[in-house]
Design a protein around this ligand. Structure first.
Ligand SMILES: [Zn+2]
Length: 219
């Protein structure tokens, strides 16, 4: 592969070296803690989807910088309680998106998290046909995509997603899993869009100033 012949570059700022580089890693802001979306026992997110955090997700999602997984998978998995989880799955993207990119970033995240938690990773959800969430207005997104689930009778499921906005995707996924017998559903997102309001504006300001050491990530 050509990429093996090229020197490594930061997937966020494209400077030579590790990906993300130390500077970009220091600019990541932890996601705010908010109540779990309807239908989930708990839900955590790692980073705020703004500034450098948004660029990092873009690098993974649209520019195939899978090496950033090495940096974020461990801290992401540490947000989950393995004693409360029997199986890990993901909220699948649309089939056309996956074909365009050649991979499903939520599945990659789920596989890494499952490995860290020493739990199986299984495809439990199928997304029913519908337009992708990206680029739709907030009001249009509240309904969220619909899913069907495989049988999960008696299991406690951890659903991994890349970006959490309204929480409707995870709520719809939880509803499908509950219909098929899941006893508990937990959510885990790589990034969460900041809440609106003065606190969010203040956080965004701090992020722009590059508050050092905002998120302790290994690697
Ligand atoms: Zn960088």
């Amino acid at each position: 592969m050509l990429s093996l012949l090229l020197p490594p570059t930061c997937g966020v700022c494209r400077s030579p070296g590790s990906s993300p580089c130390a500077r970009c890693a220091s600019e990541l802001v932890p996601a705010a803690e908010t109540p779990a979306p309807a239908g989930l026992e708990s839900c955590r997110a790692l980073i705020a989807y703004e500034g450098t955090g948004r660029l990092l997700v873009t690098a993974l999602k649209y520019r195939n910088h899978r090496e950033v997984l090495d940096h974020i998978a461990g801290p992401l998995a540490m947000l989950a309680d393995p004693s409360a989880v029997d199986v890990v799955t993901w909220a699948p993207t649309t089939g056309s998106r996956r074909r365009d990119r050649g991979f499903d970033q939520a599945r990659l995240l789920a596989e890494e998290v499952a490995q860290a938690l020493r739990r199986p990773c299984r495809r439990l959800l199928d997304r029913l046909p519908g337009p992708p969430q990206t680029g739709k207005g907030v009001l249009e997104r509240i309904g969220g995509p619909s899913f069907t689930a495989r049988s999960v009778v008696g299991l406690r499921v951890l659903v991994v997603d890349d970006v959490m906005t309204t929480g409707s995707t995870l709520s719809r996924a939880a509803a499908a899993l509950r219909r098929e017998g899941a006893t508990a559903i937990h959510g885990l997102a790589l990034a969460r869009t900041p809440r609106t309001g003065p606190a969010a504006v203040e956080r965004a300001g701090r992020a722009r100033q590059g508050r050092p050491g905002a998120l302790k990530c290994g690697g």
